[in-house]
Design a protein around this ligand. Structure first.
Ligand code: FE2
Ligand code: FE2
Length: 154
């Protein structure tokens, strides 16, 4: 693995870690609030908000704004949700059955259903915006051609 790939891989890991910290702290806040410790809950929630900013910092490098479009974002989201319900959860579900962990099997089934719905909803959003995306691409193409024409006269 060359150093560029190592850094990309590390950014992915760091993004995963910060994202997990965010959700974990929100979960801990929920537990603390339920136990009557409002100040502990607030401490977890305040830090959870900062973990979101840390995760965004990694995403700025993993998905640079200049290389992203709403269309690309939807495609990435569909890919991720589809991976969840076609590969990840079915594999985990199979292993949970082998281990006799029925609670995990039931939870994976819910997640499979949810991921399927999410992929479908994103696909619908992508299809609905397809005309606007195509028009935008045409405008950009026209601008690029215009700049090229101007450059040729210089
Ligand atoms: Fe952090
Ligand atoms: Fe999802």
């Amino acid at each position: 693995m060359n150093s560029a790939n190592t850094t990309l891989h590390n950014l992915e890991s760091a993004f995963a870690g910060e994202s997990m910290a965010h959700i974990k702290y929100r979960y801990f806040a929920k537990l603390a609030r339920k136990a009557g410790f409002e100040e502990v809950a607030l401490a977890f929630e305040a830090t959870a908000e900062q973990e979101v900013m840390h995760a965004f910092g990694h995403l700025d490098l993993l998905y640079p704004a200049a290389s992203m479009t709403p269309q690309r974002a939807l495609e990435i989201a569909i890919e991720g949700e589809t991976y969840e319900y076609t590969e990840m959860y079915p594999k985990f579900r199979h292993l949970a059955i082998e281990e006799g962990n029925n609670a995990a099997v039931a939870e994976y089934d819910e997640q499979i259903a949810e991921s399927k719905i999410h992929a479908k909803q994103f696909k619908r959003t992508l299809d609905l915006a397809a005309k606007r995306f195509a028009a935008l691409a045409k405008v950009e193409e026209r601008h690029a051609k215009h700049y090229k024409d101007v450059l040729a006269t210089l």
